[in-house]
Design a protein around this ligand. Structure first.
Ligand code: ARG
Length: 394
């Protein structure tokens, strides 16, 4: 008689695949139930995870939360211009929801233990564990607890008849959802190593991109992207389509050194074509409709929102309060943004909004609505204190 049932967060990749035999052999569980959560990774990956789970686990679930992921995580992240150290967060947004789905299955199956394939070096362990601990579950993390190398894992998989798709000469760790694709590990761990073209899956090389620019119009309602080139689309469909369009123009690649939560620096490579375009368009539209005070304060809020989001602390009370603030600011963020995509670059070339606080009549060189003499009085007091200090120094 073993330890009963364990629910395993399952991607079908090398780590989580060998967890199935490990949880029985090394940890003594009788039943391993695998759960794959669909957050918009390529369909073939979900299919592979489903087939593999059905093959090697005692029971398997595939849960589709694509729409929920877009509504509950991606849209709020657009409103908050969500980015960490300069790149649009992706993995960080998906992990808490994936964990919540695992918790639901654990409850339904009457299991008190969950397992995941995260290592003890990354962020994902923390994002998962937070949600699992909150639900009062026991956590097993074989990759973290056993200090395994990929080499050992591949041999173990072979011995246990677990099919693996990672070739020994291409051992990259890839994480995908519809907002972002991250690639790390293998030779990429040397920050000086130039990434080979083969690691990219969503974008063409900017050097190979078409010579013709691609014009694009994004429509927003209250901070939410709702149309592409005039066609109204749901969030998920819009993101999918935009990933294709922008990816084909070489937009959305990012090769960077990132500071992980634990403090480790890591070399990370990302692809996020739709995110690059939507975040740029959204931020531009905000500049047309928000006041200078709102923009300045919101940029602090956006940074904090992103930091907490990166840490997976979406249940943190401050995160909820910041989200409420961001939502309030988005009431007026409606309008359209025209962009041009060209060989890896995105440029905003025009914007318009019903609630713009831009007045052509006031700012134009041609207009006389403002009496320019008024500015003379304002100017007399301008930099008043700094001028006094400068005088004292003389
Ligand atoms: N560094 C990124 C993050 O923390 C991506 C992590 C990707 N995870 C993975 N298992 N490959 O959000």
């Amino acid at each position: 008689m073993g330890k009963g049932t364990v629910i395993l967060a399952f991607s079908g990749g090398l780590d989580t695949s060998i967890c199935v035999p490990l949880l029985k052999e090394q940890y003594g569980y009788d039943t391993v139930i695998t759960v794959a959560v669909d957050v918009g990774q390529p369909e073939k990956d979900i299919r592979m995870a489903t087939e593999k789970g059905n093959l090697i686990a005692d029971k398997h679930y595939t849960i589709d939360i694509k729409e929920r992921f877009v509504t509950e995580q991606i849209i709020p992240s657009i409103k908050a211009n969500g980015s960490y150290e300069g790149y649009p967060m992706g993995t960080a947004l998906a992990r808490p929801l994936i964990a919540e789905e695992i918790v639901k299955i654990a409850k339904a199956e009457g299991a008190t233990t969950v397992a995941h394939g995260c290592t003890g070096k990354g962020n994902d362990q923390l994002r998962f564990d937070f949600v699992f601990r909150k639900a009062g579950l026991t956590i097993i993390a074989p990759m973290r607890e056993m200090n395994l190398t990929r080499e050992w894992e591949m041999d173990y998989a072979e011995k246990h008849g677990v099919p693996i798709s990672v070739a020994k000469d291409k051992p990259y760790s890839v994480d995908e959802n519809c907002w972002s694709r991250s690639i790390e590990g293998g030779k990429l761990e040397d920050p000086a190593f130039h990434p080979p073209e083969e690691i990219y899956g969503w974008t063409v090389s900017p050097m190979e991109a078409p010579d013709e620019p691609r014009n694009l119009v994004i429509g927003f309602e209250k901070g939410v992207p709702v149309s592409l080139d005039g066609e109204r689309l749901g969030g998920y469909a819009l993101i999918r389509k935009l990933n294709e369009i922008a990816g084909a123009c070489g937009v959305g690649r990012n090769d960077m050194i990132e500071d992980r939560i634990l403090g480790l620096k890591a070399r990370e490579i990302y692809e996020h074509p739709a995110a690059t375009v939507l975040l740029k368009a959204h931020a531009d539209l905000e500049h047309l409709v928000l006041t200078r005070q709102e923009l300045a304060f919101k940029s602090i809020v956006d940074d904090k929102w992103s930091e907490l989001g990166y840490m997976g602390l979406i249940e943190e009370p401050l995160f909820k309060a910041l989200t409420a603030f961001v939502d309030t600011t988005q009431e007026r963020v409606s309008g359209t943004v025209d962009l041009v995509l060209y060989k890896g670059c995105v440029t905003v070339v025009g914007r318009s909004a019903p609630q713009a606080i831009y007045s052509n009549d006031l700012v134009s060189f041609e207009s006389t609505t403002i009496d320019q003499n008024d500015a003379g009085g304002f100017s007399a007091y301008y930099g008043f204190q700094a001028r006094l200090v400068a005088q004292l120094k003389k």
